[in-house]
Design a protein around this ligand. Structure first.
Ligand code: C2E
Ligand code: MG
Ligand code: MG
Length: 558
């Protein structure tokens, strides 16, 4: 295998030891190393980790290696090597990144080190570094130059040391982060930004250095490990208010928040414990009222669910688990003019998963664009198969996620699909949510204009859900306005709501837009909206979203 190929080994805890044994026949020394913590690790008979000595103890050193090949290997996901010279011996080390699935299903990222040990040849003597140089590089590799706190490696190693020295102690791993720090950098400049970081480091040092371990991972992320007994709400709230007082500005408030993981098993890699603390922190990122969040198993379940959705998505899409349902769109008289395509995820056991359980997860990555393109293609293909049948006149309306604009050329994709299946663009309605339309930074408006030039019908979906609804009407030249269900509900039993709804419909019509009301559940709603001038309707009153075959059957039976 070439040196540049990705080559991470994968083992289950059951087979890793046998694999190591087979390599011991070929090398002088074989071991697993947690490269972040600079420690040898073994997998025990129960499938859990046992942390051993520091890996450089192999050559009796008391310093980590200046250039650790295992660290590089784990980060680059490929094989790396290095040579260490110690006490007239030469250690040739090959580091291979490995992922081991442990008994509790956590995945441990480590390095498999294959080491050959030889006596130094005379010409190789003297290549060993002096102790001074080693000490300087040791400091630099474990400390953050800006704040003088430990860096990530230094933090991991010191925490491991603490846990090994106090095997029965109760500890907390804490991540701390400044909200919107990028904004502070932009507002006040980088120099002031650095000053803030140093001040925050000072406040955290005062609070924790004497009781635990403190580091900065980079950027505005700090890492802390303290005994559980050193925790109190008031201690943390005091830090929050001290940090807040560092900046006196009406345009920016300096907010620090914390995610806390209580160490339940100290034989997990520190990086996993920290990830869990960070996960807790992430859960309150947008909640200005909370400064402290504790990790719990439900959070882990949620994240594992998200990972499962994301990692199996491509396979599930290929195996046909995502299906297009149709919900009729009707005119005043109840005549079906077309339908909205709404995706459903049907699990192999037949369970149907609704879009709100997976769309927002897929929107975290470009996978949303894969799903949407898939649904768009199903829709255009469906229109093609309806040609020459009694369904020929129907249109289909598809949803576009605001994230699609980042990942794909929306207008070009629709054009290509219509060309591929010889479908006229007028039959394809494109639903773009109000929030995506309001976002001027993404050139979304250009895309909308392009779609209209190509004769697609552009609809503003969920109108009334966002905050910019009315001002939006002024700038956007869409063909159809789809009024959100919430808007509809608000207008019932509420005179002011009804007046606003009536004026929106009136305004849309005067601007040349058709109005569709979605979420019609009762005859009364239908009559009221018809009286207000709405011409198209969609909702459970007519039909829930149903499979294509059921939709065709419904039309045939009318
Ligand atoms: P949406 O585009 O606003 O779709 C309308 C939603 O309202 C659908 O929910 C529909 O089932 C529901 N609905 C329709 N009539 C009624 C009614 O009378 N009462 C009530 N309570 N609900 C009604 P669904 O299918 O669960 O979809 C939810 C959202 O998921 C959609 O909102 C859309 O934003 C998104 N979505 C669905 N399919 C796709 C897709 O293929 N791609 C993308 N990007 N988003 C999709
Ligand atoms: Mg829609
Ligand atoms: Mg909608």
């Amino acid at each position: 295998m070439g040196q540049n190929m990705k080559q991470t080994l994968e083992y289950t805890w059951k087979d890793v030891n046998a694999a190591l044994d087979s390599m011991r026949v070929m090398f002088d020394y074989v071991r697993l190393v947690d490269a972040e913590e600079c420690r040898e690790v073994a997998v025990d008979n129960e499938g859990f980790l046992q942390y051993g000595r520091e890996c450089y103890a192999l050559w009796n050193a008391d310093h980590r290696c200046a250039d650790c090949s295992s660290y590089r290997a784990c980060h680059a996901h490929q094989k790396m090597s290095r040579t260490e010279f110690h006490e007239q011996k030469k250690y040739q080390i090959q580091s291979i990144p490995a992922l081991i699935t442990l008994a509790d299903s956590t995945v441990f990222s480590c390095s498999l080190e294959l080491i050959n040990i030889n006596l130094l040849a005379p010409e190789e003597l003297g290549q060993n570094k002096t102790k001074d140089v080693q000490e300087t590089s040791e400091y630099l590799t474990t400390h953050d130059t800006l704040t003088g706190l430990l860096n990530w490696d230094g933090f991991c190693r010191s925490v491991r040391q603490l846990l090994l020295e106090h095997p029965t102690g109760e500890f907390l791993i804490i991540s701390a982060n400044i909200r919107n720090f990028m904004l502070a950098n932009n507002l006040f400049g980088r120099t002031k930004g650095d000053e803030i970081l140093m001040d925050v480091a000072g406040i955290l040092s005062e609070a924790f250095s004497s009781v635990g371990v403190l580091g900065r991972n980079g950027g505005d992320v700090f890492s802390i490990c303290i005994p559980k007994s050193a925790y109190s709400d008031s201690r943390f709230f005091e830090i929050v208010s001290r940090v807040k007082s560092l900046i006196d500005s009406s345009s920016y408030r300096l907010n620090i928040h914390f995610g806390i993981y209580e160490v339940k098993r100290n034989n997990l890699p520190i990086s996993i414990m920290f990830d869990w603390a960070y996960m807790a922190l992430d859960s309150i990122r947008n909640n200005l009222e909370k400064s402290i969040a504790w990790f719990d198993d439900s959070l882990l379940k949620k994240v594992l669910h998200e990972q499962e959705v994301l990692s199996n998505f491509e396979t599930n899409l290929k195996s046909g688990q995502f299906v297009m349902f149709l919900q009729p769109q009707v005119d005043k008289t109840g005549h079906i003019e077309g339908a909205e395509c709404l995706v459903r995820w049907i699990l192999p056991n037949g369970t149907m998963v609704p879009p709100y359980e997976f769309i927002s997860i897929l929107e975290q990555s470009d996978l949303i664009a894969s799903l949407d393109k898939y649904v768009w293609e199903l829709a255009v293909k469906q229109l093609a198969t309806w040609k020459g049948t009694s369904f020929e006149k129907l249109f289909l309306s598809v949803n576009v996620s605001p994230k699609d604009f980042y990942y794909t050329d929306v207008a070009a994709t629709f054009k290509e699909l219509c060309e591929k299946y010889h479908v006229t663009p007028q039959k394809v309605h494109v639903e773009i949510t109000e929030t995506a339309v309001a976002d001027e930074t993404q050139n979304n408006r250009e895309t909308i204009a392009k779609l209209q030039q190509d004769e697609f019908t552009v609809e503003i979906d969920d109108f009334g859900k966002g905050s910019s609804s009315l001002s939006l009407l002024k700038d956007i030249h869409a063909d159809v306005l789809k009024i959100d269900m919430g808007f509809l509900r608000q207008s019932e039993n509420n005179k002011r709501g009804a007046v606003i709804l009536e004026s929106v419909i009136d305004m849309a019509k005067r601007l040349g837009m058709e109005v569709i009301s979605e979420g019609i559940e009762t005859k009364e709603q239908l009559d009221n909206l018809s009286a207000l001038g709405c011409s198209m309707f969609q909702g459970y009153y007519f039909s829930k979203p149903i499979p294509v075959a059921a939709f065709e059957k419904m039309i045939n039976e009318i």
